[in-house]
Design a protein around this ligand. Structure first.
Ligand SMILES: Cc1ncc(COP(=O)(O)O)c(C=O)c1O
Length: 425
C-alpha cells in the first residue's frame, strides 16, 4: 500500500481514517487505543456520529479546536478556533479567501502580488476571478530570496493599472525550494502593513525544511511577535495534509487560519463557503491526525515518529542529492533545496536549440522538456509554467522519487543533457 509518492503511508493516519469509516473496528483489539480515541472524537463531532454526514461548512468543531491548539503550540501565541476554516486541501482555502479580494471599482481591478516563479494555482485563480496579477521576482542569486526593493518595484508599477490589495507569499517555496528567514518575513510584514495589504501565507510545506540553519517561521508567529500594530493585520495562512511527511494529497484536507478580518466580511465569507456545503469529512479526519498526532507514552507514538522522521530524513537526503547532481552538470545551476519538495535549476540552452524550438512552435524550455520526456521518459515542468525572468530557462523537478529511482533518474538526465547540448552546439 503506497501513497502517490511511492512511500508507505503513515500508519496512524490510515488507521484513524479506517476506523472513522468503519466504526466496527473500534472493537478490534489490534487497533491501538490512541487511534480509537482520535476516531471516537471525530465521530462524536459528526452529525449522527457518521463521517457520511455533512459537517458545518467551516468544518467539524472539535477538529477546528485541535487546529487552533496546534497553531498555539507551534507559535506560542493564541489561536482562536472560530478563526479556523477546514478545507478540501489548501487550494480550496486559498481560492475561497482570494474571492474576498474581488471588488472592481470603476473598472479598476484589485491587484494580487504573487512570486515569480509561483505555484500556478495563484495565476489561474487570479485570472478566473478577473483580478490583476502583480508578479514580483524572487532573486535566484540569493537562493530565491525575497527582496523588498523588488516588492516595491512591482507594487509601484502595478499601482498605475490596478488597486493592489493582497500579497501572497509561499514559504517554503514551490517551485523554488527556498525558506525565508525571520528577518525577511519581518520586512515583508512591514511592507504589507505600510501598503495596507491583505497577507496570504501559503505554508503548506511547513514540515519540509532540510537545510542546516534554516527554520520555518509562520507569518502568524512573526506578526504576533512584532506586536501592535502588525498583529492587527489581515492575514490568512494555509496548511495541508498533502505535503509534509503525510503526502495524503488525494484525501483533500487542509485548513485556513484567517485573522483580523472585518466581522461583516467574515460573515459574508462564511456564507460564501456554505454554498459548497462542507469539505470532505475524510480530509478533515486526516487533519485531525496532523494536528493531534500520537503523544509520547501513547501506543502509536514510537511507530509514528519512526515513520515521520524516516520520510523527512529521506526527503532531506534527496534534496541534497538533487542540487549536487544538477550543479555537477555543465550548463546547469541549481540553488540549495532548503525546503519544500522541488528543485528549480537553471539551464543554459544553445542558440541552435532555441531555433529548433521556434521551428517546433515551442518555447525553448518546453522544447527541452519534451525532448527529455521522449528520450528518457523523465517528466519535468518547464520553467515557463511557473514564470521566470525573460531570457532565462528553468525546469521544476521534484525530490519525491525514492532514492534509488532518483539516482537512476539523475544519471539518465545528466546523459540526456550532455547529448542535447552536443546535438545543438
Ligand atoms: C505552494 C502550494 N500551495 C498549495 C498547494 C495545494 O495543496 P492542496 O493539495 O492542499 O490543495 C500546493 C500543491 O502542490 C502548493 O505547492
Amino acid at each position: 500500500m503506497l501513497t502517490p509518492w511511492g512511500k508507505n503511508p503513515i500508519t496512524f493516519i490510515r488507521q484513524v481514517v479506517a476506523v472513522c469509516l468503519m466504526p466496527s473496528l473500534l472493537d478490534d483489539p489490534n487497533i491501538p487505543t490512541d487511534v480509537k480515541d482520535r476516531a471516537r472524537a471525530v465521530l462524536k463531532g459528526c452529525k449522527g456520529g457518521s463521517l457520511g454526514s455533512y459537517s458545518d461548512s467551516a468544518g467539524i468543531e472539535i477538529i477546528r479546536r485541535h487546529v487552533a491548539d496546534y497553531i498555539e503550540k507551534r507559535d506560542g501565541f493564541p489561536s482562536h478556533w472560530e478563526n479556523i476554516v477546514l478545507c478540501a486541501g489548501a487550494s480550496e482555502g486559498i481560492r475561497g479567501t482570494m474571492k474576498l479580494m474581488i471588488r472592481h471599482e470603476n473598472g479598476i481591478k484589485p491587484g494580487v502580488m504573487i512570486p515569480i516563479p509561483q505555484y500556478p494555482l495563484y495565476s489561474a485563480t487570479i485570472a478566473e476571478f478577473d483580478l490583476h496579477q502583480i508578479g514580483y521576482y524572487l532573486n535566484e542569486s540569493t537562493n530565491w530570496g525575497l527582496d523588498i526593493s523588488e516588492l516595491e518595484r512591482a507594487y509601484e508599477e502595478a499601482k498605475k493599472v490596478c488597486t493592489p490589495k493582497a500579497l501572497c507569499v509561499i514559504n517554503p517555496g514551490n517551485p523554488t525550494g527556498n525558506v525565508l528567514t525571520k528577518e525577511n518575513i519581518q520586512k515583508i510584514i512591514q511592507f504589507a502593513y505600510e501598503k495596507k495589504m491583505f497577507l496570504f501565507a501559503d505554508e503548506v510545506y511547513q514540515d519540509n525544511v532540510y537545510a542546516a540553519g534554516c527554520e520555518f517561521h509562520s507569518f502568524k508567529k512573526v506578526i504576533s511577535e512584532m506586536g501592535t500594530p502588525y498583529n492587527q493585520m489581515e492575514l490568512a495562512s494555509f496548511m495541508s495534509c498533502s505535503k509534509g511527511y503525510m503526502g495524503e494529497c488525494g484525501l483533500r484536507g487542509g485548513y485556513a487560519e484567517i485573522i483580523n478580518i472585518d466581522p461583516a466580511v467574515k460573515t459574508m465569507y462564511l456564507k460564501s463557503i456554505s454554498a459548497k456545503l462542507c469539505p470532505t469529512t475524510l480530509g478533515q479526519a486526516v487533519m485531525e491526525c496532523v494536528v493531534n498526532p500520537p503523544r509520547e507514552g501513547e501506543p502509536s507514538y514510537k511507530q509514528f515518529m519512526a515513520e515521520k522522521t524516516g520520510v523527512l530524513q529521506s526527503l532531506a537526503q534527496r534534496a541534497k542529492m538533487i542540487a549536487e547532481t544538477f550543479n555537477s552538470v555543465p550548463g546547469m545551476s541549481c540553488n540549495i533545496v532548503q525546503g519544500a519538495m522541488y528543485a528549480f535549476p537553471q539551464i543554459k540552452l544553445p542558440e541552435k536549440a532555441k531555433e529548433a524550438a521556434k521551428a517546433a512552435g515551442q518555447a525553448p524550455d518546453v522544447f527541452y522538456a519534451f525532448q527529455l520526456l521522449e528520450n528518457t521518459g523523465i517528466c519535468i515542468v518547464p520553467g515557463s509554467g511557473f514564470g521566470q525572468k525573460p531570457g532565462t530557462y528553468h525546469f521544476r523537478t521534484t525530490i519525491l522519487p525514492q532514492p534509488e529511482l532518483l539516482k537512476t533518474m539523475l544519471e539518465k538526465f545528466r546523459e540526456f543533457h550532455s547529448n542535447f547540448v552536443k546535438q545543438y552546439e
